[in-house]
Design a protein around this ligand. Structure first.
Ligand code: SF4
Ligand code: F3S
Ligand code: FES
Length: 247
C-alpha cells in the first residue's frame, strides 16, 4: 500500500526553519504490518536524511520514541500502519521544547521525575542472615502496576493540566512516586507525599483521564494518582490499596 505521511518539522538552528511547518512524504509499497518507526526510518534513509527522531530499542522497552501520531501519543515502535490507514500525521509530543523535528527536550520531564525521590529508601541494616528485605506477594501487588513504567512521557504530555502549567509534576512522576510510596519496605513515603502535596503536585490533576489510555504499558495511571491523593488525605499509606489477588 501507498501511505502519505504528514510530519511536523522544525529546526531552531536553520534560518527559515525555526518555526514549525508540515512536510508531506509518500511511501510506496508499505506493508500494513510495518511499524511506524520502520516507515519513519524509510523516509529518513530513502527521502530526507535530515528528518530527526529519537529511538533506541525498537521494541517498546526504552520509551524513547514517544510521538503524537494521528493526534494520539504512542510509541512509534509499537503502532502498526494498518491501525492508522493511508494518511498518517506525526508530530512531537506536546508541552516540551522542540530540539529538532520529532525530538523534544526531555530535561523538564526528568526534573519532575527527580523531584519525587524515585529510589528505594530504607536506612535499617539488611537482615543478618544476608537475605533480601522480604515482603508478601500481597504487599508486592500493591505497586505491581506502577513498576511497569518506562518513562516514555506519553502520559504527562497528553495531560491538559501539564499543557497549561509545565510546573505540574505530571502523571509519570506520580506513577514513579506511587511505586515507592506503596512499597512496604520503603521508609520515605511520607516525604514523597509531602512533596506531592505542594501546589504543583498531585492536586493539579483534575482527573481528565487522558493519561490512562495514552500509556503504552497499560498502567492504570489515573487510578494510581487517585491512590496517592487518598493517601495524602488519609495521612497514611497502609490500607489505601486493596490488592487484586488473594494469597
Ligand atoms: Fe509512559 Fe505509562 Fe510511564 Fe506514563 S506511566 S511515562 S505513559 S509508561
Ligand atoms: Fe492529567 Fe491524567 Fe490527571 S490527564 S489531569 S494527570 S487524570
Ligand atoms: Fe524503545 Fe520504542 S524505540 S520504546
Amino acid at each position: 500500500m501507498d501511505v502519505t505521511f504528514k510530519i511536523r518539522r522544525q529546526n531552531p538552528d536553520i534560518p527559515g526553519k525555526e518555526k514549525p511547518y508540515w512536510q508531506e512524504f509518500v511511501l510506496r509499497d508499505v506493508d500494513p504490518t510495518d511499524r511506524i518507526l520502520e516507515t519513519l526510518h524509510r523516509i529518513k534513509w530513502e527521502q530526507d536524511g535530515t528528518l530527526s527522531l529519537r529511538r533506541s530499542c525498537a521494541h517498546g522497552i526504552c520509551g524513547s520514541d514517544a510521538m503524537r501520531i494521528n493526534g494520539v501519543n504512542r510509541l512509534a515502535c509499537k503502532i502498526l500502519v494498518r491501525d492508522l490507514g493511508e494518511r498518517i500525521q506525526v508530530e512531537p509530543i506536546l508541552g516540551m521544547p522542540v530540539i529538532k523535528d520529532l525530538i523534544v527536550d526531555m530535561e523538564p520531564f526528568f526534573d519532575h521525575y527527580r523531584q519525587v525521590m524515585p529510589f528505594f529508601v530504607n536506612e535499617d541494616p539488611l537482615p543478618a542472615d544476608g537475605r533480601e528485605r522480604l515482603q508478601t506477594q500481597a504487599d508486592r501487588e500493591l505497586f505491581d502496576d506502577t513498576t511497569k513504567c518506562i518513562l516514555c512521557a506519553c502520559c504527562t504530555t497528553s495531560c491538559p493540566s501539564f499543557w497549561a502549567n509545565g510546573h505540574y509534576v505530571g502523571p509519570a512522576a506520580i506513577v514513579q512516586a506511587h511505586r515507592f510510596i506503596f512499597d512496604t519496605r520503603d521508609q520515605a513515603g511520607k516525604e514523597r507525599l509531602d512533596i506531592l502535596s505542594e501546589p504543583n503536585g498531585v492536586w493539579r490533576c483534575r482527573t481528565i483521564f487522558n493519561c490512562t489510555p495514552a500509556c503504552p504499558r497499560e498502567i492504570e495511571v489515573t487510578k494510581a494518582i487517585g491512590e496517592v491523593k487518598l493517601a495524602i488525605r488519609k495521612g497514611k499509606t497502609v490500607g489505601i490499596i486493596q490488592p487484586n489477588v488473594a494469597h
